[in-house]
Write a protein that binds this ligand. Structure first.
Ligand SMILES: *Cc1c(COP(=O)(O)O)cnc(C)c1O
Length: 427
């Protein structure tokens, strides 16, 4: 395979590094964990993106999850254009916000009331503040390898033992903040039980990705999520499902429906925002009513419920509801994942492929991968070579091992075949 052209992206990255920190506006875009430098994108359409040097790529990153209907879906673009032409922001209520809240509420029976935010980080941050106010407790339990945005409290790694409090995972997070967070192994209900025994009367909430996407795709056992629900209920803590990735990813609902669990609060973003900066927090009415202006928990946003983003989100959710692309998405992903496994076997490459609906990760380990510790056994150098080999052939996987690949309704059988041919050569 000839090296693809990369001169324009190379020049752009040089220029970007002078004025943007690391040349990017979100760290993982900088290719640090795979080496090299990012391709600068100029446009997207359907399953594909094109970079500044004119190279096309079949995109399995999809803006890190939101674009389940593919890039620049005409109905979504035109809804945003129409809304923008009427005014891009008011800071005054609009009817469309009610409509979006009703649509989301219809898909998530656990969501009785909603607050729209601009990012998943904000939704999560608010959920924690709310849980703390409601329970009058301070501690938060999260799981190692989970990512819930970059709020101070959640940039925390596991302490030295199962039931020690966490330490900061980022500079600039006060130790005292990190110490309000317990980080436990994903999937390990026994350690949660232990944590509740030790800290039970102080735990305000347990926050979990019901299918993990941020250590790569990791699917929990149903009984783990059930244990979370039972333990939190018994101990007076709230259960927060961070469905920023999983919401509307598997169907016109959340992972909570698949596992039959009703969380107290749910965080949404990514798909729910239709590719725009929009996220949401929703849940039990009595908890949500703790939010200002009804309750004592402050939260606000100049651009929250932005009319352009809301119009795009409504358009996206309506399309998902109407077209039900999910069965086809499952089928295409199964075909791709089965093909990747076959190619790995034929080439004698050790991989463990985790998938759940239209979401998967190729881990470079014998596996199984069921939590962060087992995910970290992956050979990230091999992933980097795999990634670059695919990139060079016009296949865009996320530029880091511990991320999920996504499919969109725009991915065709031809895309899958091309991808499998490139995967074969990469292996
Ligand atoms: C992406 C993500 C977030 C953060 O959302 P942002 O919009 O990037 O702030 C939170 N939780 C999960 C599970 C995510 O995948």
């Amino acid at each position: 395979m000839a090296q693809r052209k990369i001169e324009k992206s190379r020049r752009l990255f040089k220029r970007a590094q002078k004025v943007l920190v690391g040349g990017v506006n979100s760290p993982v875009r900088a290719f640090k964990s795979v080496g090299g430098f990012p391709s600068f994108v100029v446009r997207g359409r359907g399953s594909k993106i094109w970079d500044a040097d004119g190279n096309p790529y079949i995109d399995y990153c999809l803006s890190w999850g939101p674009l389940i209907l593919g890039h620049a879906r005409p109905e979504i673009v035109s809804a945003a254009q129409k809304a923008a032409a009427l005014g891009t922001s008011y800071g005054i209520p609009t009817e469309a916000e009610i409509h979006l809240a009703e649509l989301i509420g219809g898909a998530f029976p656990s969501i009785q009331k909603i607050r729209l935010t601009n990012s998943g980080t904000e939704a999560v941050m608010t959920a924690l503040r709310l849980a703390r106010a409601f329970t009058k407790r301070d501690l938060i339990v999260k799981f190692s390898g989970a990512y819930h945005g970059h709020a101070d409290n959640l940039l925390v790694q596991a302490g030295s033992g199962l039931t020690t409090l966490g330490s900061p995972d980022s500079a600039g997070v006060p130790k005292a903040f990190a110490e309000t967070t317990l980080s436990l192994p994903y999937g390990d209900a026994a350690s949660l039980q232990e944590a509740f025994q030790k800290w039970g009367t102080k735990i305000a909430a347990v926050i979990v990705e019901p299918v993990a996407g941020n250590m790569g795709t990791v699917v929990p056992e149903k009984k783990f999520l059930e244990a979370l629900r039972n333990l939190t209920k018994k101990r007076g803590a709230l259960l927060i499902f961070d469905e920023v990735i999983t919401g509307f990813r598997f169907g016109f609902y959340g992972a909570q429906k698949i596992f039959g669990i009703t969380p107290d609060l749910t965080c949404l973003g990514k798909i729910a925002g239709g590719g725009f900066p929009l996220a949401a927090l929703g849940g039990r009415r009595d908890v949500m009513d703790y939010l200002s202006p009804l309750g004592p928990v402050y939260q606000g946003g100049t651009l929250s419920g932005n009319p352009v983003a809301v119009a795009a989100a409504i358009a996206a959710l309506r399309l998902l509801k109407k077209e039900n692309p999910y069965p086809a998405l499952y089928e295409k992903t199964e075909k791709l994942v089965a093909g990747i496994k076959t190619e790995a076997n034929l080439s004698r490459v050790s991989v463990s492929v985790n998938s759940f609906g239209p979401m998967f990760t190729v881990f470079f380990t014998d596996g199984p991968v069921y939590d962060y510790a087992s995910a970290k056994k992956s050979d990230v150098k091999k992933y980097a070579r795999f990634f670059h080999s695919l990139l060079n052939e016009g296949i865009y996987f996320p530029p880091a091992q511990f991320e999920a690949c996504f499919l969109s309704s725009a991915h065709s059988d031809r895309d899958i075949e091309k991808t499998l041919a490139a995967v074969r050569r990469a292996f």
